[in-house]
Design a protein. Structure first.
Length: 177
């Protein structure tokens, strides 16, 4: 069971790092960081966030690919990094992750929810579902098996809340949820 959890978390790590990179771009308040579309997605979904998220996902996959031949990392790898184009895979993880986030932001706007309002479990699972969906359309044969997907869906809200709490402790966020 613990190995399944490690495999699932290691698989989704590029999507999670894409989310973190996009988050840091927002809190850095960079000049010219324009929202994608305020009406549909709100103020926090920005073009720089997409770029930073893509860089984060590709960077993470380069690291995973580099360590793939090490016994421990090989044992928890769902993907065969040696046979995949890491840049393309990174963009799939980034666009799946950010796409899932954009879809959630769209529905949040349409339902009249505030950007910072908690919307459990969608705030915690949007990028996971987006990543799994896009990944399955392109690399279906390497999709995690059903029990790894279930593990992700159960574990990620806890992981998200833990990372959010750390952001609050280190004063990167005003609240944790």
């Amino acid at each position: 069971m613990f190995n399944t959890l490690l495999e699932a978390l290691y698989f989704i790590a590029p999507a999670g790092i894409a989310q973190l990179f996009a988050f840091f771009v927002v809190i850095l308040n960079l000049p010219d960081n324009e929202p994608i579309n305020v009406k549909f997605f709100g103020l926090k979904e920005t073009w720089y966030g997409i770029i930073a998220g893509s860089i984060g996902a590709v960077f993470t996959l380069i690291i995973q690919s580099y360590f793939y031949d090490q016994e421990f990392f090989y044992s928890i790898s769902i993907l065969d990094y040696s046979s995949l184009n890491i840049i393309v895979l990174g963009l799939i993880f980034a666009f799946g992750s950010i796409g899932g986030n954009l879809i959630k932001a769209f529905f949040k706007q349409k339902l009249g929810k505030k950007e910072n309002e908690n919307w459990f479990p969608f705030d915690q699972l949007d990028y996971v579902l987006g990543t799994l969906l896009l990944f399955s359309l392109i690399y279906f044969s390497q999709l995690p098996v059903w029990y790894e997907i279930i593990t992700l869906l159960i574990a990620m809200p806890f992981v998200h809340l833990s990372v959010s709490f750390l952001g609050y402790v280190f004063r990167l966020k005003n609240e944790w949820r």
